[in-house]
Design a protein around this ligand. Structure first.
Ligand SMILES: Cc1cc2nc3c(=O)[nH]c(=O)nc-3n(C[C@H](O)[C@H](O)[C@H](O)COP(=O)(O)O)c2cc1C
Length: 209
């Protein structure tokens, strides 16, 4: 069975433009992959806690040595890690907020970066352990940034996912969404079409093997 994990990270939950694009992709993908499983995690309605020193220490402590409180904290991370480990396809609705990723997504990333579990250090540098996955990022922006040095979001997300071993990554941009209908409408429509097209390509080109 194929699994898709969808992360909606818009402040506006389902109403966010990035969530709408991720929803479009996931619905088509599920239709194109009968018997598949889609897990949706909405980080606005169900946020992951901010990483603290205590939580990080809980991750580092061996399971058998954890206190009750540390077990509770590590459980949150373990569940998120299990969810992404099980996913063949990762879909992220990725708004640009104040030149960065939503802080909820950063908190999520801080909970899935686990030494020895999702990455490990080797003599040749870090090695990501979440291999064989394909990620689609539906990036929505009020302005136009892709391809300019100020778009640090793209590189950050690409680098972080690669650090965990997710190197097959595709960004789909809907930009200029705050620049009036003449810019915003075609930009969003183009991204929606890409979501439909990419979702239906998946079984043929990516996952049939
Ligand atoms: C809090 C906040 C910060 C934003 N910061 C930026 C920004 O730095 N650059 C930009 O181009 N657009 C910015 N925008 C516009 C959003 O990127 C745009 O509304 C996009 O559609 C957000 O995705 P969403 O609809 O999925 O939430 C911001 C919007 C909000 C609400």
């Amino acid at each position: 069975m194929r699994n898709l994990l969808q992360l909606n990270t818009s402040l506006f939950s389902n109403g966010g433009r990035s969530s709408q694009l991720a929803d479009t992709f996931a619905a088509d993908w599920q239709a194109a992959n009968p018997g598949s499983n889609v897990v949706v995690r909405d980080l606005a309605t169900n946020p992951v806690p901010h990483l603290t020193g205590e939580r990080f220490q809980a991750f580092l402590t061996k399971p058998e040595d954890r206190t009750k409180a540390q077990r509770r904290e590590a459980d949150v991370s373990d569940q998120l890690v299990a969810e992404i480990q099980a996913a063949d396809v990762l879909v992220i609705g990725l708004p640009l907020y104040n030149y960065g990723v939503p802080s909820t997504l950063k908190a999520y990333f801080d909970h899935i970066a686990r030494a020895g579990i999702t990455f490990r250090y080797t003599a040749n540098g870090p090695e990501g352990l979440l291999k064989g996955k394909k990620a689609y990022l539906f990036a929505t922006r009020g302005g136009i940034h892709a391809g300019f040095p100020r778009d640090t979001q793209t590189n950050y997300v690409r680098d972080f996912l690669a650090f965990l071993g997710i190197t097959d990554v595709e960004f789909i941009y809907a930009e200029g969404l705050a620049m009036g209908d003449a810019v915003a409408k075609p930009a969003f429509e183009k991204a929606s079409l890409a979501a439909h097209r990419l979702a239906s390509l998946v079984p043929e080109n990516r996952l049939a093997a």
